[in-house]
Design a protein around this ligand. Structure first.
Ligand SMILES: [Zn+2]
Length: 267
């Protein structure tokens, strides 16, 4: 046991005492702070032993992706879409990471050109497994097709994708399925997935028909569990809600038209 570990042990006792003091205060802010100092201490201690599990399981407070890696006492967000400047990584001190609430994913993003983080799908399966949100290869294959992510050939049969692109899909899917809370309450299941919900019209033109059907099916599946299904459907069925494209309130544009016509007849 080296002196660093001994110091950490003493610091741990101080942290527990401080957290307990805050807990006794019992205000929501004090409780949150107590939880944060405990979490931050756990991340620091893990970092010291080289066995890092908590950081990759925490969504980045800025982009909401599970792309944080513990490097030299800081959490680095490795998503290129989150970088404050090209080539720079967003970094979080463990104390900030533990205190700031998880970020809401802003939506699915796509890379142009030839990004530096192109990885084959089996690598990405391993990468996301570290977040505690395991995604089977078959699901990942379906996602990248569904969102039409750019791909780069590895050999004649396999393709690689930008880790950052796939991470944004992963983050919105996890947030939608968990119905993660933000400051204002629950999020609608479609937030961050506008391309999936809007590019589902029969008039979508050049889009592959089977891909379009699959998109509609997935969008409807997400609507079915959404806490906002009823109000969203009512909005979409208002007489002047015609302009809206894509799936809304669990219905396609054609289905909404039909329902409106039927309602008009019965009214
Ligand atoms: Zn980030």
């Amino acid at each position: 046991m080296n002196t660093k570990v001994l110091d950490k042990q003493q610091e741990g006792r101080d942290v527990i005492a401080r957290a307990a003091r805050l807990d006794r205060e019992a205000s929501p802010l004090a409780r949150r702070e107590a939880a944060a100092i405990r979490d931050a201490f756990a991340m620091e201690a893990e970092d010291l032993t080289g066995n890092v599990a908590t950081v990759p399981q925490t969504p980045c407070p800025a982009c909401g992706c599970f792309t944080l890696r513990a490097i030299k006492g800081k959490a680095h967000c490795v998503s290129r879409h989150c970088a404050p400047r090209p080539g720079l990584r967003r970094r979080w001190a463990y104390r900030d990471l533990a205190f700031v609430r998880p970020g809401t994913p802003r939506g699915v993003q796509r890379s142009e050109g030839y990004p530096a983080d192109i990885r084959p799908l089996p690598f990405l399966v391993e990468f996301f497994a570290a977040s505690g949100h395991r995604v089977p290869l078959s699901t990942l294959t379906r996602w990248v097709k569904l969102h039409n992510l750019p791909r780069w050939p590895v050999d004649s049969k396999t393709y690689a994708y930008s880790l950052s692109d796939v991470a944004t899909v992963h983050a919105v899917q996890v947030a939608a399925r968990e119905g993660r809370q933000c400051g204002n309450g629950a999020r609608p299941a479609c937030s961050g997935l506008s391309d999936l919900f809007f590019n589902t019209d029969d008039q979508a033109g050049a889009m592959d028909q089977s891909l379009m059907k699959r998109r509609v099916a997935v969008a409807k599946e997400l609507c079915a569990d959404c806490p906002f299904l009823d109000p969203c459907r009512e909005m979409a069925l208002k007489p002047n809600g015609q302009a809206q494209h894509g799936v809304a309130g669990g219905l396609t544009r054609n289905e909404r038209r039909e329902l409106k016509t039927r309602r008009g007849v019965s009214a």
